[in-house]
Design a binder for this molecule. Sequence first.
Ligand code: VGL
Ligand code: ZN
Length: 212
Amino acid sequence: MSPTMQISDRDVLLVIDVQNDFCTGGALAVPGGEKVVPAVNRIAQKFANVVLTQDWHPRDHVSFAPNHAGKQPFETIDLDCGTQVLWPAHCVQGSSGAEFHRDLDVVRANLVVRKGFRRGIDSYSALFENDKRTPTGLLGYLRERELKTVFVAGLALDFCVRFSAEDARKAGFEVVVIEDACRGIDLDGSVATTHRSFRDLGISIVSLEAFL
Ligand code: VGL
Ligand code: ZN
């Protein structure tokens, strides 16, 4: 993508999980998570269409390590839909950790998609839950609004940003990840795996500079 990108009414900015629990001091802090906030706010100015996602778990969620006797955060378990990383309890419905970062310009958003609200299944992607089948409704929204290119920013690069970008690409959208408006967790090389996967799927990566 060339510098000074032109954004059209068919483009959408998808802002993933910029919530207190993923920022410094939060229950599942992504290193430098809050640093995406000014970047996202700045880019969002350029878009007519901005969608936010909000990780939104019940307290007894299957992805929480404390809900599994003898398990520590970042260990894994096997579920019907595949391997599940066990996380510290985070983004509990209605908690302050689940709120958007206070400086995030939420006024720009025309839709908020909540995900991960079913006890027995996690949802990294903003389009499909981790069984790869249960829709969140966002794909229908993007199609019905006739949006074409999905720009993705937020947290965490190697989990919810990754799977959202991949599902949008597989559904036929052009997908552009704004790398320096994202931060990663990096579990067992997951950031490198994410970059390889983006390349294999034809997901573009640009820097913030391309928008300024
Ligand atoms: C996320 C782990 C658990 C994310 C959400 O937003 O990337 N990661 N829940
Ligand atoms: Zn979560």
